[in-house]
Structure formats: C-alpha cells, structure tokens
Ligand binder design. Structure first.
Ligand code: ADP
Ligand code: MN
Ligand code: MN
Ligand code: MN
Length: 359
C-alpha cells in the first residue's frame, strides 16, 4: 500500500530553530509495523531553511524516529529526522546529535528520565485567545485549571491535540489550562508506564513531535500556538518548559535525595551556562515574578515555585525521585537542555568519584 510519510526536522533559523516538514509517498505496511529501515534518507534545499548557502544547498534528512500519523490516519506515518551533510556527518544545527554524543560518551549510564511541561499560548489575529480586541482581560486568577466559557479559551483544540498525541503513541502525561488566558500546558515524557523509555533522546523526540502536531492542528483551527517565553508583557505569566529530571541514583528511595542535593549544588555553579542555552528571550520571563526566579540568581528549594530548581514535596518526603528545573523557556531546545543537565551533573559525579578515590 502507498502511504504518506511526513518528514519532520528542525531548521537553522536564529535565534530559535523552527519546525519544517515535507511529505514523501512510500510503500508502507499498516502503520504500526513501519520501522526505520523502510524509510529512505531524503534530501532537501538547505538554502531555504537557513542551513546552507545556495551554491552548496543539498542537505540530508536521516529518519531517526517514526510514529503513526494521527491526522492522516492508518497507513501514514510521522518521521522525525536528523539533518546531516553530504558525507553523513551531523549538520551544525543538529543538536540531537550533540545529545547522542554526550550519552554515548558515558552519560547514558546515568539512566536519566525526563518529563517536560510544555507551556504555549494560542494566538488568533495577533492576540492571545481570550484577549479582547481593545484593552485586557480580567486580571490573572480564575484561568489556571479553570472551567467554563468565561475563563477557558481553546479547549476543543487542546482536546484534539491530546488525542492526536495519544494516537501517535507519544508519552503525553497530562494537560492543563494555564495562568494567563489562552495559555495551556501539556506534559510529555516520563509517566511511569511499563515498557516506555523516557530517556533524554526519546522524551525530547516526543516533545518535538508533539510541538509539530500542535502547529499542524492549529492550521485546522485557525489558531497559532506560540512558544514565546513572554507573549504578553506586563502582569501576565510567561510560558516555560519546566524540565523534570532524574538519574537512577536520584530515584533511589532514601539515598536519592542526596544525589539530588549534590546535583543542585553543581547546577548553582553552572547557572549561566544553562541560561545561555535555555531559550531566546528568557530575560523577559525570568523576572522574579510570576512563579520564576530572577535570571541572575540561582535558588533551589523544596516546594518553592519561585526557585530556579524545585524539589517536589513528595520527593523530599520519600527521600528520592526527581527535581524540576524551572528555568527553560517554552521555546527551548530539549536536546540542548538535556545535554546541559547531563553535562553539569556528570561533571559533579565524576568529581565526587575522584574525591572518593583520592580519599
Ligand atoms: P507541576 O506540579 O510542576 O505543574 P506537572 O504535574 O505538570 O508538575 O508535571 C510533572 C512532571 O514530572 C511530568 O512532566 C512528569 O513526566 C515528570 N516526572 C515525574 N516523575 C519523574 C521522574 N522520576 N523523573 C523525571 N520526570 C518525572
Ligand atoms: Mn505543570
Ligand atoms: Mn505550568
Ligand atoms: Mn512545573
């Protein structure tokens, strides 16, 4: 049977890479049975995606993950791709390959699990959904996890996106209406279901595919989902991508909390490195207001939503689990966020190992 394979990749736009995709018609079996070996590499014009000069424009899409396509339905697939150059090496915009290198160089042994809380804002006619043509909606307060036509905007769209993620087999964990009208969140990654892997690559891949579905379904609803970290200036919440993170040693009940505290200490020392790769325009969101810590400061805390890193109350009580990095912006690159977290935490762990050996 012939089916449609949607090849999806991240382009080279600066300061924030954007999603691109194009469609290939291929002989495909029933979509659950499609594997990567059935999906050929495919070239594209890198000079039209800020990834190459016009006189040397051929780049390659290398399929790295495949899921059923919930929009076109049975027999069709979504194909996430890495961008490679003519000789097969990763293109400079290919941050997924960087994360792979860090994992292959040893970080894979941490057995990290990741869960992202992706916030976004629905725009229509250049304003957030629920914002009147002139002036502003009522002050924030009633909207977060609200219900009812006077406080919730875009629910049908959100329901459609959630169902699409489930049908595509993505690890979507939950959704909620956010603090600002027209703002929503979905969580994706670790959800404690057997046989699923929320390793950094897989969780990040799922986030990218879920973002693509958001943008694609927005076309059908006439809605423009944006990942701007501060879509409305003033007394309105920004949009982030809280990153929940654990290693095997952090998850150990009783002793895990010590691994988490050691990691927090190290994260304090590398704060600026993380801020530099957590998304463009972060200074407008990390102001010290609206449940954030000011961008120039680093603070860790239990159950503290004005901290940079929060240890959930239940994690402290159990003596292990995960921490939440509250700094990444909604427009962050999940591969870069995971690379930064693993690098910081590994540097610390190896230093501790070194001390232990020296002692
Ligand atoms: P919040 O209270 O910050 O709004 P949410 O309920 O929105 O939290 O999201 C919780 C997140 O924690 C989810 O993304 C989930 O995947 C993640 N998570 C839970 N347990 C772990 C774990 N052990 N390791 C990594 N992430 C985890
Ligand atoms: Mn949340
Ligand atoms: Mn949130
Ligand atoms: Mn959170």
């Amino acid at each position: 049977m012939l089916g449609q394979a949607e090849y999806i990749w991240l382009d080279g736009e600066q300061p924030t890479q954007q999603l691109r995709s194009k469609t290939r018609i291929l002989p495909l079996p029933d979509n659950r049975a499609v594997d990567l070996s059935m999906l050929p590499e495919w070239s594209f014009d890198g000079s039209s995606t800020y990834q190459a000069a016009g006189d040397d424009s051929d780049l390659t899409l290398t399929p790295v993950a495949v899921t059923p396509d919930p929009i076109r339905g049975k027999g069709n697939v979504l194909v996430l791709c890495e961008v490679t150059t003519g000789d097969g090496t990763p293109h400079s915009s290919n941050t997924r390959a960087q994360l792979r290198r860090v994992l292959d160089a040893g970080a894979g042994s941490e057995e990290a699990w990741v869960g992202f809380e992706q916030e976004y804002t629905l725009f229509r006619d250049e304003r957030p959904l629920g914002f009147p043509e002139r002036g502003f909606p009522a002050p924030q307060g009633p909207f977060y996890c609200g219900v009812g036509v006077d406080r919730v905007y875009g629910r049908e769209f959100v329901e459609t996106h959630t169902m699409a993620c489930i049908e595509a087999g993505l690890m979507i964990y939950g959704t909620n209406a956010e603090v600002m009208p027209g703002q929503w969140e979905f969580q994706i990654g670790y959800r404690g279901i057997e046989d699923e892997s929320a390793d950094p690559i897989n969780a990040s891949d799922h986030l990218i595919l879920a973002r693509w579905l958001l943008r694609r379904l927005g076309e059908q609803f006439g809605l423009d989902p944006r990942f701007d970290p501060k879509p409305a200036r003033g007394d309105w919440n920004g949009a982030g991508a809280h990153t929940n993170f654990s290693t095997r040693s952090m998850r150990e009940p009783g002793s895990g909390i010590h691994a988490i505290r050691r990691a927090m200490h190290r994260l304090g020392a590398t704060h600026d490195t993380h801020i530099a790769c957590y998304g463009h325009g972060l200074e407008h969101r990390l102001t010290g207001q609206h449940e954030t810590c000011e961008i120039g400061q680093f603070r860790g805390g239990v159950a503290d939503r004005s901290a940079s890193i929060r240890i959930p109350r239940h994690v402290e009580r159990r003596g292990g689990g995960y921490f939440e990095d509250r700094r990444p912006g909604a427009n962050c690159d999940p591969y870069l966020v995971c690379t930064a977290l693993l690098t910081t935490i590994r540097a610390h762990e190896s230093a501790v190992d070194g001390l232990a050996k020296a002692g």
